[in-house]
Design a protein around this ligand. Structure first.
Ligand code: FES
Length: 147
């Protein structure tokens, strides 16, 4: 049995310990805001926070994060939209939207450790893939949220 915290709630998953966190979140916790894109750690659609760091949940087994604190897009902000989510709306970032929860989680982790990042810092921290090519609006939204 693997124990850690998801969105402030303790979880005890009775699953193969090697199960990727992505599938535990989606299938056992019904937290489907975390998306499956590639399953190989490249696209970033599955990004969540583990102990405050942006992590690709398809690449982390539930056994590896025993005792950790996981946050998903569903709990990025408890009472109202997170500033990153507000900036995403203001800049009308999404096109198809599929990758955006991972993008927002990556952006929120970046801004938590580096307010007002430069374009170079944004580009180096946000390596998620958007097949619609919304990158200019993503950058602008991160700049807005960082102000
Ligand atoms: Fe995890 Fe693509 S689904 S990086």
């Amino acid at each position: 049995m693997t124990r850690f915290t998801v969105n402030g709630q303790p979880v005890h998953y009775r699953m193969d310990p090697e199960t990727p966190l992505l599938w535990a979140l989606r299938d056992a916790s019904n937290l489907t805001g975390t998306k499956y894109g590639c399953g190989t750690g490249h696209c970033g659609a599955c990004t969540v926070h583990i102990d405050g760091n942006a992590v690709r949940s398809c690449q982390v087994s539930i056994a590896a994060i025993e005792g950790s604190f996981v946050t998903t897009i569903e709990a990025l902000s408890r009472d109202r939209s997170h500033p990153v989510q507000q900036a995403w709306v203001a800049e009308q970032v999404p096109q198809c939207g599929y990758c955006q929860s991972g993008m927002i989680m990556a952006a929120a982790a970046l801004l938590a450790r580096k307010g007002n990042p430069t374009d170079a810092e944004i580009d180096s921290a946000i390596t998620n893939i958007c097949r619609c090519g919304t990158y200019p609006r993503i950058r602008e939204a991160i700049r807005r949220a960082g102000r």
